[in-house]
Design a protein around this ligand. Structure first.
Ligand code: ATP
Length: 357
């Protein structure tokens, strides 16, 4: 089922929680709504679910306006952060619930329900737990039951609100890998809310980045990570170094160095900030050009194949973070206290008006 959201706005009293939201989600897509607390993710999800009224604009499923379809006929499955399983029911009965409560005329036979539940428990790898009660399961297992229960009624759309939020890091990772696998097998249009960048980048086909009730950017994980369109997205999606300077003839003048800023050839004199990811900085032990920034290594440590270096700039009171591969690090043979020369391999420059949303 495709979802078309047009010009959607939402107020809570005088507070505007959503502003002019436009978004199309294709059939079978797995989309993450990502943003800081209060950015409007849950409100948007609840509007898609039909749990919040639409104040202005429209939401349509497969081209059919949502306001004309009753909530019970929307074929939507939900999974929330707190797994809300029925405590007094076994895993089997929890998964069967949505089918058992159907009107007799549309309820599958007992045998068909049994078969369906067993298939789903197989899918979520819980076949051996069918007769257990929720209290006898781990958090990750309960959340898998909640997913199986949502899938039992064969929804055309799955909406998940921080589905793994209450679980520890390792279980979260396992479950999100598993959600992606499930999605690849079943191709149900799915929208999940998260505030965890890594989770969104790891699982989603596309990410919708929200800030203060607005969409900042929509794109594939690599699009939003490698080509952020605003300072907010840059900051939100990972570590970044900021180089403050002034634009002059297509260069960002830091005082000590001039960095290429070809997008701003006609903005002479404007203050601007260069955004550079730590792995986009090149390090040299011997100065190669006057436009490299001299910095003293103050700290370094490695995690797996990556070395993280903290350096203090020699020209101003500011730190720079650099990430190097193990090979680069070994080749450079760097020592703490040494002065090195850094320059961006890639940089995105923003001017003050880019900061206004
Ligand atoms: P979180 O990650 O913290 O859940 P979120 O991005 O999902 O945040 P929403 O829950 O959509 O954010 O809330 C968006 C804004 O709307 C917040 O400022 C919140 O306080 C406000 N809000 C949400 N629900 C209501 C409500 N029922 N009444 C008044 N204000 C609300």
């Amino acid at each position: 089922m495709s979802i078309e959201i047009r010009e959607v706005t939402k107020h809570y009293g005088s507070f505007q929680a959503l502003k002019d939201i436009n978004l199309t989600i294709a059939k079978g897509e797995l989309v993450a709504l990502l943003g800081p607390s209060g950015s409007g993710k849950t409100t948007l999800l609840r509007m898609i679910a039909g749990l919040e009224s639409i104040e202005e604009g429209s939401i349509a499923f497969d081209g059919k306006d949502l306001s004309t379809v009753h909530v019970n006929q929307r074929d939507v499955g939900f999974v929330f952060q707190h797994y809300a399983l029925f405590k007094h029911m076994t895993v089997f009965d929890n998964v069967a619930f949505g089918l058992n409560v159907r009107k007799k005329s549309v309820r599958p036979s007992k045998k068909d329900i049994e078969q369906k539940v067993h298939e789903l428990l197989e899918l979520v790898k819980l076949s051996d737990f069918a007769q257990r009660y929720p209290s006898q399961l781990s958090g990750g297992q309960r959340q898998r039951v909640a997913l199986a229960r949502a899938l039992a009624v064969e929804p055309k759309m799955l909406l998940l609100d921080e589905p793994f939020g209450a679980l520890d890091a390792k279980v979260r990772k396992e479950l999100r890998r598993w959600l992606r696998k499930l999605h690849n097998e079943m191709h149900i249009t799915s929208v999940f809310v998260t505030h965890d960048q890594e989770e969104a980048l790891d699982v989603a086909d596309r990410i919708v980045i929200m800030n203060k009730g607005k969409i900042e950017q929509v794109g594939t994980p690599s699009e939003v990570y490698d080509k952020p369109v605003s300072p907010f997205v840059y900051d939100f999606l990972g570590n970044v170094n900021l180089f403050h300077g002034r634009l002059q003839q297509g260069k960002l003048n830091l005082g000590s160095a001039q960095l290429d800023a070809p997008d701003y050839i006609d903005q002479d004199g404007a203050d601007a900030v260069g955004y550079v990811r730590p792995h986009h900085l090149k390090v040299e032990r011997v100065r190669q050009s006057k436009d490299e920034i001299a910095a003293k290594i103050t700290f370094m440590h490695s995690v797996g194949p990556t070395w993280y270096l903290e350096m203090r700039r020699e020209d101003i009171d500011a730190y720079v973070e650099v990430e190097l591969s193990k090979e680069e690090f070994i080749q450079l043979d760097l020592k703490i206290g040494e002065i090195v020369y850094v320059s961006p391999k890639e940089m995105k420059v923003f001017i003050p008006e880019d900061f206004i949303i």
